[in-house]
Design a protein around this ligand. Structure first.
Ligand code: SF4
Length: 355
């Protein structure tokens, strides 16, 4: 699935002209890499509309491409460059614009209230202008800068049903309707709809994507890995080299650098401990099982077309996945880490914050 026009569908008719192949053949300038990365070269500089940008990569092709109905690769290069320049996350930016486009399409906002701009899906000039206005919180940019959760609260009229965020964070381009591990992964992620807590990569390689079998475990195991990865400051894209879950490769690296002499169960326990502290922070601040959820549209409207047609993250399905996920994590039904789990992880000192 590829979130299209604010996830009204997941098949984009313009996918070919925003594909990696199209960029490679028509707009590629050179490879690039993050500072000091020895893998080097997974980044790419592309040109478009008289400028160049490092990227766009997949998430931006989705958020500032299919999600806003843009099939012009060069507009996405410019939009990507602007977001980089202003320090704006392309996913949140694109999904927020897509949300406003749908409100505009449905007549929930007037043209006057969006600065007289044409917010129709596919309007590249509007996307470019909206990014600039958001950076300066100017006019409609002041609304867009709030993100979809607060925008829906302000606009009302049922728009919260298609505000595509989890815990206020707009979701990435990995379909929670088509990928069951991502449905429970987004729902439980500490920071909301992130694809860098639970990872989608493993499930992409599975043939069986329609059943719930084993999907909660993918979310648990991959979020243990990303937690350790973040602590070690390892790029998550290293998963293709070192493994998609914690492995002996990570253990060897930690031991070579630190001399700790730990084993895989201990490294996993460290990942679990960090994740439980994050969870405890959220619980202390008022979050609970009710917040481990997905956007209404994702749970109630199936994918309309394409290979994943009919796929949907039904509410009862998500509840089952949450039960499985909580059990594996040693959390209670209400989403709190159990006292026993906290003790097992050496976190007795935070029990009083949660009970
Ligand atoms: S592998 Fe990660 S750190 Fe290295 S260039 Fe790619 S994104 Fe940057």
């Amino acid at each position: 699935g590829l979130g299209t026009r604010n996830w009204q569908d997941e098949t984009f008719e313009g996918a070919e002209t925003i594909s990696g192949e199209y960029y490679k053949e028509n707009l590629f300038v050179r490879h690039t890499a993050c500072y000091y990365c020895r893998l080097g070269g997974c980044g790419k500089i592309f040109k478009g509309r008289g400028t160049v940008s490092e990227g766009p990569e997949y998430e931006t092709l989705y958020s500032l491409g299919s999600c806003v109905g843009i099939d012009d690769a060069e507009y996405i290069v410019e939009a990507d460059r602007l977001c980089d320049l202003y320090g704006i996350d392309t996913i949140s930016m694109g999904v927020s614009i897509a949300f406003l486009m749908e409100c505009y399409e449905k007549g929930l906002v007037s043209k006057d209230s969006v600065d007289g701009m044409d917010f129709s899906f596919g309007n590249g000039d509007t996307v470019i202008e909206a990014i600039k206005k958001t950076a300066y919180r100017e006019g409609v940019g002041d609304l867009l800068a709030e993100g979809t959760k607060r925008m829906a609260q302000k606009i009302g009229k049922g728009s919260e049903k298609f505000a595509i965020n989890v815990k206020g964070l707009e979701i990435a381009g990995h379909s929670p309707r088509a990928l069951k591990s991502m449905s429970v992964g987004y729902a439980t992620a500490t920071r909301g709809g992130s694809h860098h807590d639970s990872r989608p990569t493993y499930e992409y390689g599975l043939k069986d994507k329609r059943t719930l079998e084993g999907k909660a475990k993918i979310a648990v195991d991959s979020s243990n890995w990303t937690t350790i990865g973040d602590s070690l400051i390892i790029c998550h894209l290293m998963e293709k080299v070192m493994g998609m879950f914690l492995s002996e490769n990570h253990v060897a690296m930690v031991n070579l650098v630190t001399g700790f002499g730990i084993d895989l169960p201990e490294l996993t326990r460290i990942g679990e401990r960090i994740y439980n502290v994050e969870r405890a922070f959220n619980i202390r601040e008022g979050f609970s099982r009710k917040d481990d959820t997905l956007p209404w549209r994702i749970m109630n409207e199936p994918i309309k077309t394409g290979g994943s047609k009919g796929a949907q993250a039904k509410p009862e399905e998500l509840e089952k996945l949450l039960d499985q996920y909580y059990e594996m994590r040693g959390w209670q039904k209400d989403g709190r880490p159990s006292k026993e789990k906290l003790k097992e992880l050496g976190l007795e000192h935070i029990i009083d914050d949660l009970y």
